[in-house]
Design a protein around this ligand. Structure first.
Ligand code: ADP
Length: 483
């Protein structure tokens, strides 16, 4: 069954409420003829209280599991359909009582309580009539036989409630509901509620007949306790569902971020590949037209070679990034080599680029030779990435200094520049892939992959990389490698 939302207006609700009150009026005038009026009062009280432990699950339409109907069912054989309708009304009142904090406006609150009382008494009265009709038809008297009318009455009661609520969704809240889907959605709740109502109702009724109010009290306890534990179970399931939903939302968010990252990367990549490819194209065209060009202007071959090198670097960076992500690290081809000449040759390979910007580039090793066990080619890439960054992000007339020290079984390599620097808020993320300092894309082309790969290589060697930088003053990248 469903619990009502508070936005209730217009005609549908008053009709159900009025029907309910007409039934209540008719029931009230029958009260003097009812046997054991105190027992009835007790039962009505329980019907209202039992709804305080009803459990609801926040599926697409709120579903409720409750024992109020069981109490209504139990009253039918003793107090007849109108007595059951009274119990139904008490249940409706109990549901409203359990949710009273939800309603901020008293008008909504009154509408809900009237509707609840109306719906529960209408469905319980009709269920009661069905029960009595079957009972009379087959002349059923005692408990095991009466289970058949109880089950049928419980089905009628449950389904009537369900469809009256479908009316609320349809007429009051304008939800375009498909009755078949709606019915299927509620099927499990319906089966549970019908089982509770018919079996619980049967047991409670027999207890009432045999032991009066004491029987009600004794049998009501296990029913209410099981309802309470079911409520706890439903809440737990609900919190699991909520957890799952938040995990899914988080993952979707991460996935969206990754997609954005990928789009941004593709944009940068195509942009970066375009200029070397265009240079190569222009020079190849010129060499086709003027085959003597490489002899007359040797720098044309240099330009083609450096463009090809840029493209190769980009492709290598992408491939290495894949390795970092998929294979968990860059594979190393380890040998023992002297680090000093390795660094010297990298420094020399970038000297021309530095000289073009009038940048003073120097290498100051503390020792003449240091043997390192590692992948020479990858260590060259580390140096190349750090140095080419220093050249790219240092303005004309700047200084770049590479230093090397051996400290306690560790090699400390530093690349210091007097460049644009990195703002403090960017420093924690500077080794993340695709990360670039905002504004630096205007200073130099780059993919934001170099530092991520550099870190991967250093860590694959058991080392560490860190950076200190001040905006518009300069940066120092420090690599510590174990000897
Ligand atoms: P790329 O240089 O290809 O963009 P990197 O991963 O090598 O990628 O560097 C990431 C970003 O870090 C650069 O885009 C730049 O903003 C910043 N950066 C790296 N080195 C320096 C440096 N020496 N001085 C200032 N900024 C730097």
């Amino acid at each position: 069954m469903h619990i009502l939302k508070p936005q209730l207006k217009a005609a549908y609700l008053p009709i159900i409420s009025l029907l309910g009150f007409a039934i209540l009026y008719h029931s009230a005038i029958q009260i003097p003829s009812f046997p054991n009026k105190l027992d009835l009062l007790f039962i009505l009280l329980l019907a209202a209280i039992s709804q305080l432990v009803a459990s609801t699950s926040n599926l697409e339409h709120v579903q409720a599991y409750e024992v109020g109907s069981a109490i209504g069912m139990a009253t039918i054989p003793i107090y007849g359909p109108f007595g059951a309708a009274l119990a139904g009304a008490a249940s409706g009142f109990g549901i409203w009582l359990a949710k009273i904090n939800k309603y901020r406006i008293w008008k909504d609150s009154i509408q809900v309580v009237c509707f609840n009382i109306g719906m529960f008494s209408v469905s319980m009265l009709i269920a009661g009539w069905v029960f009595v009709a079957i009972q009379n038809q087959f002349e059923l008297v005692s408990f095991p036989d009466l289970i058949i009318p109880w089950v049928v009455a419980a089905i009628v009661n449950d389904q009537l409630n369900l469809f009256i609520l479908a009316g609320v969704l349809r007429f009051e809240q304008g939800v375009d509901i498909n009755l078949k889907d709606y019915w299927q959605e509620n099927l499990w709740a319906a089966v549970i509620n019908i089982a509770i109502a018919s079996l619980g109702g049967g047991l409670l009724s027999s207890a009432m007949r045999l032991f009066g109010w004491k029987g009600i009290a004794i049998f009501f306890m296990p029913i209410i306790l099981s309802s309470f534990s079911f409520r706890l179970y439903v809440r737990q399931m609900q919190s699991h569902l909520d957890n799952l939903e938040s995990i899914i939302a988080e993952r979707t968010h991460t996935l969206q971020d990754l997609m954005k990252e990928k789009d941004a990367f593709l944009a940068v990549l195509t942009h970066d590949m375009k200029s070397p490819l265009t240079s190569i194209g222009i020079y190849v065209d010129m060499i086709r037209k003027f085959p003597n060009l490489p002899i007359q202007k040797p720098h044309s071959i240099e330009t083609i070679a450096s463009s090809q090198q840029s493209l190769l670097n980009i492709v290598n960076n992408i491939l290495d990034l894949e390795k970092l992500q998929i294979e968990g690290g860059i594979p190393l081809d380890k040998t023992v080599f002297d680090l000093i000449p390795t660094i010297e040759s990298t420094v020399e390979s970038l000297r021309l680029q530095a000289t073009r910007k009038n940048i003073h580039l120097q290498f100051e090793p503390e020792t003449l030779s240091v043997n390192l066990t590692g992948d020479q080619h990858q260590i060259e890439r580390v140096m190349h990435n750090l140095l080419s960054n220093a050249v790219k992000y240092t303005p004309k007339e700047g200084n770049i200094c590479v230093s090397l020290q051996v400290q306690m079984e560790k090699i400390c390599l530093q690349v210091t520049d007097t460049g644009y620097g990195i703002p403090a808020e960017e420093l924690p993320f500077i080794f993340d892939r695709y990360r670039r300092v905002p504004g630096h894309e205007r200073l130099a082309v780059g993919t934001g992959l170099g530092l991520a790969i550099t870190k991967g290589i250093v860590e694959a060697h058991g080392g560490e990389i860190s950076v200190e930088s001040e905006n518009e003053v300069g940066s120092t990248f420090t690599v510590m490698l174990p000897l």
